[in-house]
Design a binder for this molecule. Structure first.
Ligand SMILES: [Zn+2]
Length: 315
């Protein structure tokens, strides 16, 4: 009994000491949880060092296989703002939010821009129907990769900045200045992408991979052929899909066959070898490698890397 009392006195005393010795304990820094890299990157570039920002997906991990741990869910419950994408891959969030929405501040990328329906173009590996069924029987037919178009990024960054300012109005000028700077990078990318594409004769991209770039190609008037849809679970490709893509690449004289980041180049290489093209990576920003993260590379940096690849492909 006495010992317990002694312990609580100690706890109170040491608590006071912490308060006295480290003023940051009292600071009201925003705690923001982001699901994937696009969400983390946008929040981080607006808040810089003025918020605690964490990402649920592990750096370098494949974005579509993420499952939340109980620890993740507790972190979300405790957060000041939860930033996620929304869509097929974030289905768990919809279920989670049913019980928490009234207590949480949330921001979803897919709520901020006009959505496009998922597309299955000629030659694509058909989806396994069973895997496509959802728990609640609802079909998410829209494509969720809204961040892949710089035009959308400008809109999302503006709205995200407003959401953050609402929670921390004291730092309004700081957040707005950072957002404006980062938005200017995406406006710059928009201009560069447009320049490359308007000067190109061949406007068709060939992907020996998943194709999460629907918003990008639609916004810039490009055509595409690909092995799989955006967030497809399929990894096995049939001989007929490969043959279709080889024929297209041959017919269009495609100099480049694309793969996406953090993905195998097996399919792209098979196509490229048979038509004498080269394999290049188109970064879709799903996640970042550990090395890129250490080098503090941003989504705008990754998209900037796509410029020479796009130029080579569209010549
Ligand atoms: Zn995806």
């Amino acid at each position: 009994m006495f010992f317990n009392k002694f312990k609580s006195v100690l706890a109170i005393t040491s608590g006071l000491m912490i308060l006295t010795w480290s003023p940051e304990v009292l600071s009201k820094e925003l705690n923001i949880i982001a699901t994937n890299f696009p969400q983390y990157d946008f929040v981080k570039n607006i808040t810089k060092d003025k918020a605690n920002v964490s990402m649920l997906l592990k750096i370098g991990a494949e974005a579509h296989s993420y499952e939340p741990t109980p620890k993740d869910l507790i972190a979300i419950e405790k957060s000041d703002l939860f930033v996620f994408n929304g869509g097929e891959n974030d289905e768990w969030i919809e279920n989670f939010l049913k019980d928490h929405l009234d207590k949480l501040n949330t921001f979803a990328f897919t709520k901020e821009v006009a959505l496009r329906d998922e597309e299955e173009v000629e030659g694509m590996q058909p989806e396994d129907e069973e895997e496509h069924e959802h728990e609640d029987g609802e079909e998410h037919e829209f494509d969720e990769h809204v961040w892949t178009s710089p035009k959308n990024d400008v809109v999302i960054l503006n709205k995200l900045c407003q959401a953050i300012v609402k929670l921390d109005p004291e730092n309004k000028d700081f957040y707005e200045k950072n957002a404006a700077e980062y938005i200017s990078r995406f406006n710059g990318l928009d201009k560069k992408y447009s320049e490359i594409i308007s000067g190109a004769k061949n406007k068709t991209l060939i992907f020996g991979d998943r194709f999460p770039l629907l918003y990008f190609v639609k916004d810039y008037g490009l055509n595409y052929y690909a092995a799989f849809k955006g967030c497809s679970n399929e990894t096995e490709v049939s001989a007929s899909t490969i043959k279709f893509l080889i024929d297209k690449a041959e017919q269009l004289k495609s100099p480049v066959i694309f793969k996406i980041e953090l993905s195998s180049d097996n399919i792209a290489s098979t196509i490229a070898e048979s038509v004498g093209a080269k394999v290049m990576t188109f970064n879709t920003g799903h996640n970042i490698t550990v090395e890129e993260f250490k080098a503090k590379r941003t989504m705008a940096d990754l998209f900037n890397d796509n410029l020479p690849a796009l130029k080579a492909a569209l010549n």
